[in-house]
Design a protein around this ligand. Structure first.
Ligand SMILES: [Zn+2]
Length: 68
């Protein structure tokens, strides 16, 4: 189970990059995923905490090897 590195909440959602499909847009509206936008940068977080808003799991985040 994933948990937030900041507040230990397990209400973690995926951050999805790229143009969202209709299904994905609906998931975003229901707060099941976070849309990361179309532009993918060098250090994109993969998860977001719904409790505190912390984004984590980016490529330079060594404490989260399990995302790879
Ligand atoms: Zn949190």
């Amino acid at each position: 189970m994933k948990s937030c590195p900041k507040c230990q909440s397990n209400m973690i959602i995926d951050i999805v990059y790229g143009f969202p499909s209709e299904e994905l847009a609906e998931d975003a509206n229901n707060n099941r995923v976070q849309l990361g936008g179309c532009c993918v940068g060098g250090n994109d977080s993969k998860f977001k905490c719904k409790s505190c808003g912390k984004e984590f799991g980016g490529s330079d985040d060594n404490s989260y090897d399990w995302v790879r």
